[in-house]
Every structure is written in structure tokens, then in C-alpha cells.
Design a protein around this ligand. Structure first.
Ligand code: SAH
Length: 360
């Protein structure tokens, strides 16, 4: 048979689905159809998520025929590390190239309790938040579930060298996870599965900018996963200025969906509130915010704005940050100021990717 041209082979390879996208039960069903016993699914998940092999050929307790069949159907999504920045505080930012040449960022943060990995959910973002670097080039494409999982695995492989484990995962990298809902849920189920990465639901956090219909769906999934909303404003006028998503789903609709989430799951919600100098960072805003979230079981995480050169927001003065926090505390709100990490590297969402893109 004539050898296929390299490009054609690559194109076919590029069309193979990521094996990490497969749910355990889907793999079992696939194996059944291939005439294999279902315990092979346990073996394959063991190789993928415990041994973290990068070739089907390394799965030595499978027959050669099965290994070939697997590798002609699936890809063990390779992530090529193209840049790495390490902060003095231990934060590591990784830039990966996907099979199609697009790049994504993953951040590994070191905390007292372990390592948390911040994953990207889309190549770019179409939500257009006016302060965010991730949205600068628009949305290129959605990530497949397995491409999100591959980021956790790549981070774990890097930690393997130090004998450490990924202890928590946050979906707070580039992209809007609820704009890629199906793949997000697939990803969450695989990393949470006891035969997969076995990361406890309570150690996983998903953050949305406020894609309201998906908040209802997420509530109905009844997962024990932590849920965060990028609120950033106490009134719909201010929010629309910062976040175009608020024009599609205004603040009152967003709050209604969050109430539904809480009634359905009885879980606490985290509100991320970026402090943007002169926009939303005054005591009057803190009072409005306290009023807005009254009655909800929640926590507010104040984020002093990260400077993004393309965006001209200014940082809130130190004393204003503390005054904002104090006002919330006095109103009985649970509040913390986000500990900043990776300040000496391109820490803000999407910055490393944006900056590497500029170099090219
Ligand atoms: N799209 C999702 C996931 C991203 S999470 C969401 O919006 O929730 C990343 C968090 O960092 C969000 O709260 C986002 O609003 C915030 N963020 C983005 N750029 C920032 C900046 N320059 N300064 C401070 N916070 C920023």
C-alpha cells in the first residue's frame, strides 16, 4: 500500500479524539464492542491516570492488537511545552501548544496545603470583559474535554519529579467554561472519577462570568463542585461597562440563577470581585454589594486588578482596598483579599499567551 503523505497522516491523526475525553463507562462500551473484557477499562485508566504513560505501546498488559486499535482510534493528547515561567513564590506558568498549533496556558500554584492547577477551557474567549487579557484575540475554538484533562496530567507529570500531587483544580484560566459546557462537564467527571485522577469534587472549582442558562444546568447536575461567579460590580450599569455578558444576562437575572443554584444544591457560592480603580472600588459600592448578596450563603474574594498593558484600568489604592473589605465585614459578609501569586511573571489571565503571541 502506498505510504500516505506526512501531512495527510498528521491530518488524520489530528482528527482522532482524545482518549482523555472518554468517560470510564464509554471506554467500557467501546471495549465491549471491540470484543474485549470490561476489566480492560480499569487497566487502561490505570495506565492513563496512575502511570500517566504517553504511548499506548507502554500499556504492556494489553495485547498488541488492542494497543494498535486504541492508537488508531484515539490520541493521548500531547501538550508540547513551549514556554515556562517560574515565580519566586513557586507559581509556575506553562504555555502549551496543542496538536493544531494553538496555544493555551496552565498555571500551577503552590499553597501550604498542596498544589492547585488553573486550567484553560477555551482557546481564547468571546465574552470580551474589558479588563481581561484572555479575550484580546477573540475565541479561536473550544477545547475538547481531554485537552483540559491533559493540562492537569501535564502539571502532575511536572510535579511527579518533586514527588508532589495536584491537590486541587480551578477552571479559571483562559476561556469561559460555561461557553464550552458539555466538554467542561466531561472533564470534571473524568478528573473526579475514582479510576481517573480521583480529585475530590470539593477540591474542584468552576468559575463563570455569568452565562445564566448554564448556571441553571450546572445546579441541576447536583455536583459537589465549588462554584464561583465573577461578579465585579454591585449594579447592572457598572457591570455592563466591565462585562458585555451583562447585556445578555443582566445582574437581576444572574442573581436569580444564583439563588436557584443555592436552593438546589445548598452549596456556598464564591463571588469574585475585581477592584478597578475609580470604577467599582468605593465604600458606596461595597455597601451596594452587601445589599445585593444579602441572604446568600457566600464568600467574596476581592481581586486587586492585575495590570494588563492593553487595558487601562488602574489599581485600587491600598487604603481603599482595606476600606472596601471593612465595609463588607461590617455588613456581615465573608470576605478575603486574594493573595497575589506570580506577580513577577505574566500572571494575569491570558497574559503569557498574549505576550508569546506578540513575540511571534
Ligand atoms: N471566564 C470565567 C473564568 C475565568 S476566571 C470567569 O470569568 O469567571 C479568571 C478570573 O480573573 C475572573 O474572575 C476574571 O474576571 C478575573 N480577571 C481577568 N482579568 C483580570 C484582571 N486584569 N485583573 C483582575 N482580575 C481579572
Amino acid at each position: 500500500m502506498q505510504e500516505l503523505k506526512k501531512e495527510v497522516q498528521a491530518e488524520i491523526a489530528g482528527k482522532k479524539g482524545s482518549v482523555y475525553t472518554l468517560q470510564f463507562d464509554d471506554l467500557k462500551a467501546w471495549l465491549q464492542e471491540a470484543g474485549e473484557p470490561s476489566f480492560r477499562a480499569d487497566q487502561i485508566f490505570y495506565w492513563l491516570y496512575d502511570k500517566r504513560v504517553e504511548q499506548f505501546d507502554e500499556m504492556t498488559n494489553l495485547s498488541k492488537a488492542l494497543r494498535e486499535r486504541l492508537s488508531s482510534t484515539f490520541s493521548i493528547t500531547p501538550l508540547k511545552e513551549v514556554a515556562k515561567q517560574e515565580s519566586v513564590d513557586g507559581t509556575v506558568k506553562l504555555l502549551f501548544e496543542l496538536e493544531d498549533g494553538n496555544t493555551i496556558e496552565t498555571v500551577v500554584m503552590k499553597h501550604g496545603y498542596g498544589n492547585s492547577v488553573c486550567v484553560t477551557s477555551q482557546v481564547g474567549c468571546r465574552l470580551g470583559c474589558t479588563f481581561c487579557a484572555s479575550t484580546l484575540g477573540g475565541l479561536k475554538r473550544n477545547l475538547e474535554a481531554g485537552e483540559i484533562t491533559a493540562q492537569v496530567l501535564a502539571s502532575q507529570r511536572a510535579l511527579d519529579e518533586k514527588g508532589e500531587r495536584v491537590s486541587s483544580v480551578v477552571v479559571m484560566g483562559i476561556g469561559e467554561p460555561f461557553d464550552n459546557y458539555k466538554e467542561l462537564i466531561g472533564f470534571l467527571k473524568v478528573i473526579n472519577h475514582d479510576k481517573g485522577l480521583n480529585i475530590g469534587a470539593r477540591h474542584i472549582t468552576v468559575s463563570t462570568s455569568g452565562v445564566v442558562p448554564k448556571i441553571y444546568d450546572f445546579a441541576d447536575e447536583k455536583l459537589q463542585i465549588n462554584f464561583a461567579v465573577s461578579l465585579h460590580a454591585p449594579t447592572t450599569e457598572i457591570r455592563s461597562r466591565l462585562m458585555p455578558v451583562n447585556r445578555a444576562w443582566p445582574l437581576d437575572k444572574l442573581m436569580e440563577s444564583i439563588k436557584y443554584y443555592q436552593e438546589t444544591t445548598n452549596r456556598r457560592v464564591t463571588f469574585e470581585y475585581g477592584l478597578f480603580g475609580g470604577v467599582n472600588d468605593q465604600v458606596e459600592h461595597a455597601k451596594q454589594l452587601a445589599e445585593l448578596i444579602k441572604g446568600l450563603k457566600c464568600h467574596v474574594n476581592l481581586i486587586p486588578v492585575n495590570h494588563v498593558p492593553e487595558r487601562d484600568y488602574v489599581r485600587t489604592k491600598r487604603e481603599d482596598i482595606f476600606a472596601f473589605e471593612k465595609t463588607l465585614k461590617e455588613a456581615g459578609v465573608n470576605v478575603t483579599i486574594r493573595r497575589e501569586q506570580g506577580h513577577d511573571i505574566d500572571a494575569a489571565c491570558g497574559q503569557l499567551r498574549a505576550n508569546e503571541g506578540k513575540k511571534k
